[in-house]
Each structure stands twice: as structure tokens, then as C-alpha cells.
Write a protein that binds this ligand. Sequence first.
Ligand code: ATP
Ligand code: MG
Ligand code: FE
Length: 349
Amino acid sequence: ATVIAIETSCDETAAAVVKKRHILSSVVSSQIAAHQAYGGVVPEVASRLHVEMINAVVAEAIAQSGLGWDQIDGIGVTAAPGLVGALLVGLSAAKTLAMLQRKPLIGIHHLEGHIYASYLVDRQLRPPFLCLLVSGGHTSLIRVENCGQYLTLGQTRDDAVGEAFDKVARLLGLGYPGGPAIDRAARAGDPGAFDFPEGNISLPAGGFHPYDSSFSGLKTAALRLVERLRAQEGDLPVADLAASFQASVARSLTKRALRCAQDHQLSTLVVGGGVAANSALRSHLTAAAQAQGVTVIFPPLSLCTDNAAMIACAAAEHLERGHQSSLSLGAQSRFGLEQVMALYDSSTF
Ligand code: ATP
Ligand code: MG
Ligand code: FE
């Protein structure tokens, strides 16, 4: 199926046209500059900017695809999870298009979208496989059974890994968004300069939980270390700190993901979400997976961070399976990946 999809769950206004696993157009209008002054995403500002941009972004996606509306089979849209005010802008636009153009509406779970980014990269990819989803709001290990069927095997108990990147970057004076800033600063640093904890969740019987993680301790450890270094030497070794921090995150995520793949006898690991753009994670995980005989798929950077192509790819498959949403579909700020199929059941959604 050929689908146009809209994504407005956070601070990117995006629209894309995808034919099965082929991107015909993908437009992303980032609001980063507007939120930078506040050091993070301001929900009200995000909603307002989505309203301002959405029509132009959709028109551009259609124009770049070279297709007419008669060649489009459905309208996909991110319905959950995310900022409700931001999601509602995309939903209203998608419903309007669905009514005007008389096309089915396909609501998509944002995290299912992040998983589908890898289907655009490897067109032979088939479930079951494991997904390491690392983003601004999530740090999850997901067993992908089928389209719409997911099992969360591990998650963070507190902060998401992207959040930890953003907070540590602020601590180091690197600005917002923190992930790319830390990645850049780390290039000139020594990853072995400092020791950071790996965010293990201890078990009462000893040892630690194999798949769950905690990143709030890592953030506190960074704070203590920075305070101590400031008191000692004044000037902060920012590059060494950034390199050591992201190396410990890469080690911790790699260990959990590969252990999980082994335990569940899954030989393919796909990585998704904004933190999948991190260079230390990409190189560390790729090398370790190769040693274990696991195939890893990292989408290109433009498909790691929020975009509508991944949403359209998920919507195209749902549409082919006959899954459609009601025009009364609502937005949800929190919504489990296990409940994806409720998006196609008008009695519950
Ligand atoms: P979610 O997908 O969980 O709803 P989100 O959509 O806000 O959250 P994404 O857009 O997928 O999150 O990812 C954004 C996060 O990725 C931010 O925390 C950002 O700092 C992080 N990030 C982006 N690039 C990099 C990088 N090169 N290294 C580390 N982190 C990065
Ligand atoms: Mg974003
Ligand atoms: Fe995201």
C-alpha cells in the first residue's frame, strides 16, 4: 500500500509518503531552535508551531512524492504516546485529509514507528527479532512477534537514556539537544578517562536484572563527578567526561541487548530511536554483536530521530492487513506498545 503519514508527537512536524518499504518523500520541520532558549521542549510552543507548519509540510510531502491523491491508499498518523496537544494537531490534519480525500485513517503507535524505521533499511526484514528502542522517552528491549504484536522484555525504571544524555549535556554546559552535543564533544575525549556506573538494577537475591536499567543514578554520578572536578581543578575536562559517559551508556545497552537476544534465541537486533544515532553505541554494539553472531540494523541518522517515513511504513503494513482506525480516534499521552491493536478497534479507542 502507498500511504501518507503525519508525525507531530513531540517537536518535529513531519509528513512522508511511503510505498510499502520505499520512501517516496520525507519532510521534517524541526522546532529545535524555538525550544533551545528554554533548554527543553515547551509543550505549548510545540503545539502552536505544529499548527503553523502542518499544512506546508503535508503539501511538500505530497509534492516531493510526485503522486496525486488518487495514488494514495491511506492516511497514517501518530496517535500515541507523546505530548497530547502536539499529537492532536497531527490527528486533526490526518482526519481532515481522510474525510476530504475519502481514504482510510490508520493511527500509529510512535514506538511501533521507531521499530518500522528498520523495515525501510532492510527490505527483507521479518519478525521475530529483537528491538533495542533508545529515545528521549524510552529505553526498551522489545520482542517483535508480528505487525502489531510486541512484548516488552526490558525497560528503564526511571529516566530514559535520551533524557540522561540531555541532562548530562546541560550539566557539562553543552546545551540542547544534549545527545548530539555530547556525541560531538566526545570526539576529542578519552572514553577511559572516568568511570561511570552502568545503571544496573540489583536483585534481592544478588546479581542484577538482565534487561532493565536505571539512568537516574548515572546522572547523579555525573553531577557528583562534575562537582568534585570543579572544586579540584576549576576547568572541566568536558571532552573526557562526554566520551566516558557515552562509552558507559554504550557498554550498558550493548550488554543488555545482546544478553536478551541470546536468552530469547533471536539472531537479529534492530535499533531505533534518537539515541540510535549515537556513534559510540553504533560502533560498540556493532562490534560486540558481530562477535556473538547477531545481525544488527542501525537506521541512518535521519530515520533514528523522529520522522514520518517510519510512521508511514508502519501504516502501510497495517492497512495491507485491513487495520483501520475510527474517525473518532483520540490522542493518548501514555500508551503501551502491547495495546497497539486497540487503535483499530473503534469500541475502545
Ligand atoms: P520517544 O520516541 O520516546 O517518544 P522522542 O520522540 O522525544 O521520545 P527521539 O526523537 O526518538 O525521542 O530521540 C530524541 C533523543 O535522542 C534526545 O534525547 C536526544 O538527545 C537523543 N539523541 C539524538 N541524537 C543523539 C546522539 N547522537 N547521541 C545520543 N543521543 C542522541
Ligand atoms: Mg525530537
Ligand atoms: Fe521518538
